[in-house]
Design a protein around this ligand. Structure first.
Ligand SMILES: [Zn+2]
Length: 333
């Protein structure tokens, strides 16, 4: 774990700092246990003001709440030395964590009906910010099997039903299954124009990008956009923006995955998701671990790609995130 700080050995100039919302993280993962406190401070210094902890397995739901508590405590430490007087008067915490609860399609073989029932109960008792991540993932051959696809569809629909009954936005995880997901969403009562929602770590093409935005979703942009070779993704984002404006985007780190290219210290930034049953990122190379403090690199690359000034884009992304998550967090002056 000695190489962890290498995630800050970025070989490119850090963009100017603006207030940012990290709309999708797995900052509760054990890979952050060693230095979570330090990473909160770094994220704060880089402008991150809100961070969403996103669920994927029922057995880790409690860990989301423990992490949120921990962040809230750290946030008090931040407020002692650096909050503006205005924020202080408004009793705002400088750094805020929020929770989405959901059963991730990648782990479909591990989810049970009892998990769904328990999640429904937790939605009643705790009312998280959102439901997620949910959706379709047919990345591997095994996951293309009809029984797997059918179970994914059943869990996806059941969680969309919960979103409708609790009036909560959803975080979609769609990988190699955009047509299937779009068909299911079009047939479902969930209306993203009304409830919000994010197509997290969007990875489809131009038509798919526009189709999700047309349905009312924002596209979640990760560190993948920092890679000049991610041509299909960059074209898809550009096409959605050409049609719908920069209002259709939000940014996220999806940490510990999706490390921006300028923060990687070796090639082969493959996601380690799913490598180990109890610590899903346990085998992730520590030197390539993504952290919330890397979010300004996503902003910087997106600003370059779209030729929109960073300052303008940052403020718009803040409002887009609030719109997608149906919140009204004040943009820090
Ligand atoms: Zn995720």
């Amino acid at each position: 774990m000695t190489a962890i700080d290498a995630s800050f050995n970025a070989n490119e100039k850090l963009p100017t700092i603006f207030p940012l919302i990290d709309t999708h993280t797995h900052f509760d993962a054990p890979v952050f246990d060693v230095d979570r406190e330090e990473q909160i401070q770094k994220a704060y210094q880089r402008g991150v003001r809100h961070l969403v902890l996103v669920g994927y397995l029922h057995r880790h739901f409690d860990r989301l709440y423990v992490t949120k508590e921990f962040i809230n405590k750290q946030s008090h430490a931040i407020s002692e030395f650096s909050v503006s007087e205005q924020a202080f008067k408004q009793k705002e915490k400088p750094f805020n964590a929020h929770i989405a609860l959901g059963l991730h399609p990648f782990y479909i073989d591990q989810h049970t009906d009892e998990h769904l029932e328990n999640m429904a109960q937790m939605l009643n008792d705790k009312r998280p910010l959102a439901i997620g991540e949910i959706g379709f993932d047919t990345f591997t051959d095994e996951m293309k099997q009809p029984d797997m696809v059918a179970k994914q569809a059943r869990f996806f629909k059941a969680q969309l039903d919960m979103a409708v009954s609790h009036q909560l936005p959803v975080m979609l995880h769609i990988r190699k299954a955009h047509a299937e997901a779009l068909a299911l969403l079009k047939a479902h009562d969930y209306d993203a124009h009304e409830l919000g929602g994010i197509a997290h770590s969007f990875s489809g093409g131009e038509q798919e990008a526009k189709a999700f935005v047309k349905l009312g979703f924002k596209l979640g942009v990760t560190g993948q956009v920092t890679n000049p070779n991610a041509k299909k993704l960059r074209r898809a984002i550009q096409a959605a923006v050409d049609t719908y404006g920069i209002e259709c985007l939000v940014i996220e780190t999806d940490c510990p995955d999706m490390t921006p290219i300028m923060c990687q210290v070796s090639s082969g930034n493959q996601s380690a998701l799913g490598q180990s049953p109890d610590d899903e990122w346990g085998d992730a190379p520590a030197h390539n671990r993504n952290v919330p403090a890397n979010l300004p690199y996503v902003l910087g690359s997106l600003s370059e790609l779209l030729a929109v000034p960073t300052e303008t884009l940052a403020e718009q992304l803040w409002h887009n995130s609030c719109s997608a998550l149906r919140t009204d967090w004040r943009y820090p002056a």
